[in-house]
Design a protein around this ligand. Structure first.
Ligand SMILES: [Zn+2]
Length: 155
């Protein structure tokens, strides 16, 4: 039997462009349904120790590193895709879903074409949360739930 192309051609769901929140952002290129798997967060899988060694105190790269629950890190500085441009929001419309060493961005509500995609970074850093650090990680999502930062609350 000849190979048959799937009739379900899914239209590209996202587009990267300038964002009002921060730098570049990722936007819905079509309507996206709640629960839909939008995009895989790609990058090079490295250990946390390797990430520390490679990036150390260079804070500018930290938002392209995603720490998985199993303590492995997806380094989207290398081999990353559009997903690395998704901004943080304190009232997000997406959430990251881990499956082993892979990470996917899923919609947690219906998203209209043109809306910016976002998820909660819950970033944890070892430094003290000084005013300078807070400025570095300041959130400008502009939602009523804005915490002013995308650092996770101290546990
Ligand atoms: Zn915010």
């Amino acid at each position: 039997m000849p190979a048959k192309k799937s009739s379900k051609t899914s239209r590209r769901a996202v587009a990267v462009r300038g964002s009002a929140i921060h730098g570049r952002g990722v936007f819905a290129a079509r309507d996206i349904a709640k629960g839909e798997r939008i995009i895989e967060y790609k990058g090079t899988l490295i250990t946390e120790a390797a990430a520390d060694e490679r990036y150390g105190d260079d804070e500018s790269n930290h938002t392209f590193l995603f720490l998985l629950d199993n303590d492995m890190v997806i380094d989207a500085n290398r081999g990353g895709n559009s997903a690395r441009w998704i901004n943080h929001s304190c009232r997000p419309n997406c959430e990251p879903m881990e499956e082993g060493n892979r990470l996917y961005i899923d919609a947690i509500r219906n998203i209209k074409a043109g809306e910016e995609l976002s998820y909660e970074y819950n970033l944890v850093i070892e430094d003290r949360y000084t005013p300078a650090i807070k400025r570095l990680y300041a959130c400008r999502c502009g939602t009523s739930q804005c915490q002013g930062t995308f650092l996770a609350a101290r546990r």
